[in-house]
Write a protein that binds this ligand. Structure first.
Ligand code: GUN
Ligand code: FE
Length: 448
C-alpha cells in the first residue's frame, strides 16, 4: 500500500465543493506535494494534461473512483464498545445508566488502548479521514487517543471532556472541581500542541464542555476564557432533546445557544452537536458567530425527539457538518450518516403520522438530496472546522478514499449504463466497506 506524497495519481474523482452540486473529474491527474497537500489538478483538455498523464505515478483502473475522505464532526471515542446497543432509554437515563459507567472505565489505560486502537482503525477503513472526538474526563486516556491518532495517521480534533457539575455527574465520573476541569483542558491543549509527532498539526485540541447540564457556571466561564486565550476549537451538545433544551431554559432562563454565547463558547471554531431545538433566533446567532452544527441524523432518531431542520438551518446561513455520534447513533459509518440525513429530511418534509391529513403532516421544503448530504459529509464538514480538507483543489490536503464499484463483496451494482452523477448517487446510497479499497490522509496511506 503506497503513500501518494510527492507523487501523482491518474483517476476519476468526485467531490462537492458547494452544496448545490457535485463535480466529476474524469481521468484527471492530481499531483500531491511532499507535505501531503494537492499541488495541481489537471483535467483532460487542459494545458499539460498529456504530459501529466504520461508521468502519473499511480493509475487507477476503470470502475474505481476517488472521493474526499469523510469528516465525522461528532464522535464519542470511548463509547465505541457500546455501538449498537443501549438504545432503549431517553438521553438523561442513557447517560447515567450506560454511558457514564462505560466512560469511567477509561481510567484503565489498557482498556483505553484496546478500544481506541480498534476505533481509529475501523474509522479509517470506513473512509473517515478526519474525526472530531469527545474523549473522557481522563487526562492519560485522552492523551493516548491523541497518540493513537498520530500513530495511525488519522486527522483528528480531540477534547478532554469537561464535566464538573455534582448535581448531574456521578461522583465516580466527573472533574473534581471547575478549576480541575479548566486546568485539565489546558493540560491537554499543551500536550497536543507540543507533541513531538504533531509538528504538522494533524491532531488539534478542543475545549469540550460536555453540555450545559454537566457543567457548573464556573467551569463554563473558565472554558470560555480558555477558548479565547488558546484560539482552539470548541465542541459541546446543544438543545439536543426536549429534556436537554428545557433544562437550560430552566437553569439559565435562555436557550442553549444564547447561554453558550454568554460564556464565550460560540465562536467561529465552535461545533454544536445535534441542535435540534434551535429557534430561528438561535440559528441567526449561530450563523452570525460563524459557529456550526454537527448534524447527527441517526442518533437523533433515538435520543432527540425530533428531526433537525437541516435545510432551514442551511438557508439561514448556519454552517453544518455531519456526525455519527458514536454511540448515540448505532453506526460508525459516514455513509450511514449521509443516508440517514437524506431520509430524515424526507420524513420531516412529508411528516410521519398517516393519521394526519397530508397537508398537515410535515414541513414542506425540508428535503435535501444526496449531493447535499455528500457535500456536508466532506467539504461542508471541512469548512465548518476551518480546515483545508474535503475537496480536490490545490492547497487542500489529499485526504481521500478509493471506491471500487466492482468489488465482489461490495454493495454497488452498476447494471444499467449511467452518467457520472448517477454513479456517485449509487455510491452514496449503496457502498459498503468492501467498496473502500484505499484510504489516504495527507497523502499517507492509512488503510488497505
Ligand atoms: N449529551 C451529553 N452527553 C452526551 C452524549 O454522550 N451523547 C449524546 N448523544 N448526547 C449527549
Ligand atoms: Fe454526542
Amino acid at each position: 500500500m503506497s503513500d501518494i506524497t510527492g507523487r501523482s495519481i491518474l483517476a476519476s474523482f468526485f467531490h462537492a465543493p458547494r452544496r448545490d452540486g457535485v463535480e466529476a473529474l474524469e481521468r484527471a491527474v492530481i499531483a500531491v506535494g511532499a507535505d501531503g497537500r494537492i499541488e495541481a489538478v489537471t483535467r483532460e483538455g487542459e494545458a499539460g494534461y498529456a504530459e501529466a498523464r504520461e508521468e502519473a505515478d499511480l493509475t487507477l483502473p476503470d470502475g474505481c473512483y476517488v472521493l474526499p475522505g469523510f469528516v465525522d464532526c461528532h464522535v464519542h471515542a470511548p463509547q465505541y464498545p457500546q455501538l449498537g446497543q443501549a438504545l432503549d432509554v431517553p438521553l438523561e437515563v442513557w447517560l447515567q445508566q450506560y454511558t457514564f459507567p462505560l466512560e469511567a472505565r477509561y481510567a484503565d489505560l489498557e482498556f483505553a488502548r484496546r478500544n481506541y486502537s480498534a476505533l481509529v482503525e475501523d474509522l479509517l477503513a470506513a473512509g473517515t479521514t478526519t474525526a472530531l472526538y469527545f474523549a473522557t474526563v481522563h487526562q492519560e486516556a485522552t492523551r493516548l487517543l491523541v497518540d493513537i491518532c498520530l500513530d495511525k495517521g488519522q486527522r483528528a480534533l480531540v477534547g478532554k471532556v469537561a464535566m464538573d457539575n455534582p448535581d448531574s455527574c456521578p461522583e465516580y465520573y466527573r472533574d473534581a472541581s471547575a478549576e480541575a476541569a479548566v486546568a485539565g483542558t489546558r493540560a491537554l491543549i499543551d500536550y497536543v500542541r507540543t507533541h513531538p509527532a504533531n509538528s504538522e498539526g494533524r491532531v488539534l485540541p478542543v475545549v469540550t464542555p460536555r453540555f450545559i447540564p454537566s457543567c457548573t457556571d464556573a467551569a463554563l466561564e473558565g472554558l470560555g476564557r480558555l477558548a479565547a486565550e488558546c484560539g482552539c476549537h470548541v465542541q459541546t451538545h446543544c438543545s439536543e432533546s426536549d429534556w436537554a433544551h428545557g433544562y437550560v431554559l430552566e437553569r439559565h432562563g435562555v436557550t442553549d445557544a444564547e447561554s453558550l454565547d454568554r460564556f464565550g463558547l460560540l465562536t467561529r471554531k465552535s461545533v454544536l452537536a445535534h441542535s435540534n431545538f434551535l429557534t430561528e433566533a438561535d440559528m441567526d446567532r449561530v450563523a452570525t458567530r460563524g459557529a456550526g452544527v454537527a448534524h447527527c441524523a441517526l442518533s437523533n432518531a433515538y435520543f432527540a425527539n425530533s428531526v433537525f431542520p437541516l435545510r432551514a438551518a442551511l438557508e439561514r446561513g448556519v454552517r453544518v457538518g455531519l456526525g455519527t455520534d458514536v454511540s448515540g447513533g448505532p453506526s460508525a459509518s459516514m455513509f450511514d450518516a449521509a443516508r440517514m440525513t437524506i431520509a430524515a429530511s424526507r420524513m420531516l418534509e412529508t411528516g410521519v403520522d398517516p393519521a394526519l391529513p397530508a397537508g398537515e403532516r410535515g414541513r414542506p421544503g425540508s428535503r435535501v438530496d444526496f449531493a447535499t448530504a455528500f457535500h456536508l459529509a466532506t467539504a461542508g464538514g471541512g469548512e465548518m472546522l476551518d480546515l483545508p480538507i474535503g475537496r480536490f483543489e490545490p492547497g487542500y490536503f489529499f485526504d481521500a478514499m478509493v471506491i471500487d464499484t466492482r468489488a465482489p463483496e461490495g454493495g454497488i451494482r452498476l447494471l444499467a449504463g449511467s452518467g457520472p452523477e448517477d454513479v456517485l448517487e449509487k455510491i452514496v446510497h449503496t457502498a459498503n466497506r468492501a467498496n473502500i479499497t484505499r484510504v489516504w490522509v495527507g497523502g499517507r496511506s492509512v488503510a488497505d
